[in-house]
Design a protein around this ligand. Structure first.
Ligand SMILES: O=C(O)c1cc(C(=O)O)c2c(n1)C(=O)C(=O)c1cc(C(=O)O)[nH]c1-2
Length: 244
């Protein structure tokens, strides 16, 4: 009688991915920078000082809808994530935007940007200026985070890899191009640079660990492209509503 075969025990720790493979995957994700909204014609006009006051106000009022939805998106990711260590690291993103007793937070900073460009708080908070295309695009992001496996939603946040450059671009250019914007209004962009870098460090760790096979990694690039398309569509809608 043959000796009984020991039952296979599922490994609790997945095998390590070779460093070179990981680096190649990360490089493929980073290469999608070419599709970032920093290259959108509206952003290029905004960055080179060609936007009117009405266009800047339209952009700020519409982007506010993105800002107020980011914490809902992050809460959706938390609600789908059974891993306590990940939740502990992720939850800070909600307070970054919503603020706390100690810090007014990103949404408040964006409201100040609104005032700095001449929008009243009522105009901003009423969301009356939010365009249908912007609403659809942002809602698609939140809905994706609600429905997708949490690691996929984490991957979709990785456009933040490219965000510090666009914040820097505004900090460097706006004071000279748009001297009518009160300088304190730009604090939001300054505050996001270190936060985006921290977020990306975490988001990349999750993504590089989770998407392993070529097919999974292909899926990750498609998810990142989907998110790039959301940001791009927002500017398409804004550009159409506020023509030159
Ligand atoms: O101003 C920008 O162009 C820009 C882009 C992005 C981005 O790439 O998703 C974010 C932000 N800003 C931002 O301020 C922000 O808080 C943020 C959070 C996220 C996200 O997906 O979780 N993206 C972004």
């Amino acid at each position: 009688m043959p000796a009984p075969v020991a039952p296979a025990i599922a490994p609790t720790v997945p095998p390590a991915i070779p460093d070179a493979e990981r680096a190649a995957f990360e490089a493929r994700l980073r290469a999608l920078q070419a599709r970032y909204h920093i290259h959108h014609p509206f952003n290029q006009r905004m960055a080179s000082g060609q936007c009117s006051r009405a266009q800047i106000q339209g952009w700020v009022a519409n982007r506010f809808y993105y800002q107020v939805n980011i914490p809902l998106k992050d809460a959706a990711i938390l609600s789908n994530c059974p891993d306590r260590a990940t939740r502990r690291e992720w939850v800070v993103r909600i307070l970054d935007h919503d603020g706390s007793a100690a810090e007014p937070g990103g949404i408040e900073a964006w409201s100040r940007l609104g005032e700095a460009v001449g929008l009243t708080r009522a105009a901003l908070w009423s969301q009356q200026m939010v365009l249908p295309g912007v609403r659809f695009a942002v809602d698609a992001y939140v809905n994706f985070a609600r429905r997708a496996p949490w690691q996929e939603a984490v991957c979709s946040s990785l456009t933040e890899m490219f965000a510090p450059a666009i914040h820097q671009e505004r900090l460097a250019g706006w004071p000279q191009h748009y001297p009518w914007i009160e300088a304190e209004g730009l604090a939001y962009f300054r505050s996001r640079i270190p936060l985006a870098q921290r977020d990306v460090e975490h988001g990349l760790r999750v993504t590089l660990e989770h998407f392993r096979t070529p097919a999974e990694q292909q899926r990750a690039t498609q998810i990142l492209q989907f998110k790039l398309d959301i940001l791009w569509s927002m500017l398409d809608a804004i550009e159409k509503a506020y023509p030159e």
